[in-house]
Design a protein around this ligand. Sequence first.
Ligand SMILES: Nc1nc2c(ncn2[C@@H]2O[C@H](COP(=O)(O)OP(=O)(O)OP(=O)(O)O)[C@@H](O)[C@H]2O)c(=O)[nH]1
Ligand SMILES: [Mg+2]
Length: 379
Amino acid sequence: MLVASARLSTLEAFRDGRVREAGPGGKGGGNQKRGASADDLVLTVPVGTVVWNEAQPDSPLADLTVDGATVIVARGGRGGWGNLRFTSPTRQAPIFAQRGAEAQRRHIRLELKLLADVGLVGLPNAGKSTLLTSWSHARPKIGAYPFTTLQPELGVVNLGYDSFVAADMPGLIEGASAGVGLGHEFLKHIERTRVLVHVLDMTRDAPLEDFALINHELAEFGHGLAEKPQILALNKIDTPDGEAQVELLREGIDALGVRWFAISAAAQMGTRELAEATLELLRRSQDEDRRTAARVVPVLTPEPARRNRFEVETGRDGVVELDGPTPNWLAQTLNLEQLEPRLEFLARLRRMGVERVLKRHGVAPGDMIRVGGVMVRWE
Ligand SMILES: Nc1nc2c(ncn2[C@@H]2O[C@H](COP(=O)(O)OP(=O)(O)OP(=O)(O)O)[C@@H](O)[C@H]2O)c(=O)[nH]1
Ligand SMILES: [Mg+2]
């Protein structure tokens, strides 16, 4: 079982790829005693962990978005029954018993997606980390060169009684949507944010082209990134170049249809107003979500195996195959080479209504069928 905890922030503990295993259950005893069940193995993962079953890559098993959310990723083996269980009017002292079944084994992939309200996007060196530093107590590295930030970093932005969480992202470059420069690694984190603050370096030659490039990458990546509401931060206006560009491009900027703020992240000019506008946009987006109930990610829990469900299929070698949790379990745990357990097995299958379906597949008494990988004569 996995449980999400807000106190954990990385999946570092699982890097080793080691097998995690619960202990075995106990043996049954005399006087009809049941064997003890093994303790559950509980693994703690950070909030924001998406759990994938490697065998089903199309949709995640669970999305642990809240503190305390749990998911059972593998069930323990169903215990066997002692001989008394197989007593019948004609069989007072059964000489056979059933083994416990193997527990489920699954290959699970854990993926951490940040849970931030606001994502800071822009080209490398635009000033994203500087902005987060001016907004919060977070201290991401700042450098006068591209790719200073290599991992997303979170900061809590406090505004009076209200606050939001902003994520400083590594810079995006052309081709990021195709994976260039670890693009996928970063972009997936942006997926979880609601609002984007798009930071433009106004000292560059053509900031509007930079703006278009980033938006193109967001759109190419898909996953709704291009639809996220944006707010524009025209950064570095403390410099003469930056200031001049804002004046020069004003018309073009207005024509983008995005709310914009001319700021200096370094000199903390206009950053407070930008934060307030971002909060406002965030709350509006949340209200909208609440109204449409969209983007609320339910915590999925795999449905418990419906044990008596079964399927019958004719295999490639012409042998009819019976497949289902209970038939497989019985076939693998009873000794079908002995007459008594075999008769018991067949009687149980019959009670599940297997006979009718087998008949439809042309199985007659005396034919061999395959159940849970074991060949059995249908009698
Ligand atoms: N003059 C001026 N320089 C700034 C401003 N904001 C950031 N810088 C400088 O721009 C450079 C890049 O800043 P960062 O905050 O590291 O930029 P970034 O967008 O996080 O860059 P990456 O992490 O590489 O994507 C640093 O040298 C900063 O000091 C600003 O408002 N004015
Ligand atoms: Mg940075």
